[in-house]
Every structure is written in structure tokens, then in C-alpha cells.
Write a protein that binds this ligand. Sequence first.
Ligand SMILES: C[S@@+](CC[C@H](N)C(=O)[O-])C[C@H]1O[C@@H](n2cnc3c(N)ncnc32)[C@H](O)[C@@H]1O
Length: 255
Amino acid sequence: VLVIGIGVGDPAHLTVQAVRALGRVDVFFILDKGKDTRDLVALRRQLLGEHARPPYRVVPVADPLRDRQAAQYPAAVAAWRGRRVDLWERLLREELGDGECAAFLVWGDPGLFDGTLSILQEVLARGIVEFDYEVIPGISAVAALAARHRVVLNQVGGAVQITTGRRLTQGWPSGVDDVVVMLDADGAFTRLDDQDDLDIFWGAFVGTPDELLVCGRLSQVAAHIQELREQARRRKGWIMDTYLLRRIARRQDGG
Ligand SMILES: C[S@@+](CC[C@H](N)C(=O)[O-])C[C@H]1O[C@@H](n2cnc3c(N)ncnc32)[C@H](O)[C@@H]1O
């Protein structure tokens, strides 16, 4: 089983390693998370058309629905993951012949905010299907964002933390001046104190024809970014955005 990172929207994000891997695959499992993410499925199909080597099979997989309103967030995620493990176990048992190669195409990089590896590990741990698996890294939203803004994520010798919008609303992480935020449904950046002391490098749909980029002092651009987010939601029905927040060094003399 190959877990192939495909980048975050630009077909040219695919690495040479990923292109070679696509050419080895007999069965592609393509996850569909509903109508809002048709673009994501369309990109996967485009990549197969360009790089997969016939004959190959494509098995569409309807991702189990997740209860996003649940009060018990970890419990809801655990239940949803359990349903996914059941489904993937069945797919691997029924759709993959002995000695065949399957692939999951993962948005961005499989090593960042993605459940594919842990689900495969859980399937293996159950011991019902046996397989080996390999990970092909991809360009993450973080790497794509930094490149489009032509910015380095960390300041000299400093740390950078990658976190979620949900965590950021609980407070600025200690010990870092640079924070990358993903999975932010509600615009957590608008609720930060000290917006005059932060720069933001924001990007939505990075790498796609719908790409939006804004950077500047948070106090000056936060409202504009929120407006762009709302417009994008109205236009497309969904949004995926990532941003770097950078605390600005204040000079000792107060300048
Ligand atoms: C479930 S995570 C997947 C991350 C992915 N594995 C990666 O390496 O980037 C989804 C989040 O990634 C970010 N994201 C994915 N694609 C993006 C894009 N094209 N532009 C901006 N952010 C993106 C958003 O923060 C989104 O909420």
C-alpha cells in the first residue's frame, strides 16, 4: 500500500518520487468527503489521468460522515475513525488481490494533520489483512504557503509551532514567536490580543486557481481576511486556508 502525498492543489506539486509511485499502482482508493470537496477529488482524478499506468482500477470511497457538532469532540473523532478503520479493512480485503499494489492519495503531506497512516496502522493491528506500506512525502499547505509568500517560517535560530485554529483560541502557545495555523473554521486570528504586535501571512486555496494571499500587520488586515473568507465560503461553499502568525521583535529602546 502506497500512501502518496499529492501536494495541496497544484498538479505540479507532485514530486518525481510520487509520479513514479503512481505508475506502480493497480488500485487507487479515492476518498470523497462530499460535494464541498469535489475539487479535491477532481485533482486526484487529473493526476491519475496524467501519471497512472493503465490498466488500473479506481475505487471511490465515500468517507464516513463525522459529527462536527458533537459536544464531545474527541469521542466523536474516535467514533468516526473507528468507522473508517472498518471501511478500509473491508476495502483492502475485498478490492486488492495478492501481490497487487494499492494507493491512497493524501492531500499535502501524509505526515501532517492526516489520519491515513494511523488508520492503516490500526487495520494492520487487527491482523485480518496483511500488507506492507510505504509513504511518499508531499508538499504540505505549510510549505506551499511559505513559498507563495516567499517567507521563512522560523526566525533565526527560533522555533515555529504548527497548530490548529481550535488550539489558538485557547491562547498563544508559550515559547514561540512564530505559529502556523491550520484547520481554522472560525478565524481564530480575529480573537487574538496584541494584533499590533503580529504579522500574518495568510493563504487560501494555495496552489489552485482560486488562490488568495494576504500579508500585513494583523490589526490592519484581519477584517479584510475575514471578508475574503466569507466571500470564498459563499462562492465555493467551503474554504481551506493556512496562515503564519509572527510576533514582531520590539527594539529594546522602545522603537
Ligand atoms: C486535514 S489538514 C491536511 C493537511 C495536509 N496533509 C498538508 O500537508 O497540508 C487540512 C488543512 O490543511 C490546510 N490546507 C490544505 N490545503 C490547503 C491549501 N491549498 N491552501 C491553504 N491551506 C490548505 C488548511 O488549513 C486545511 O484546513
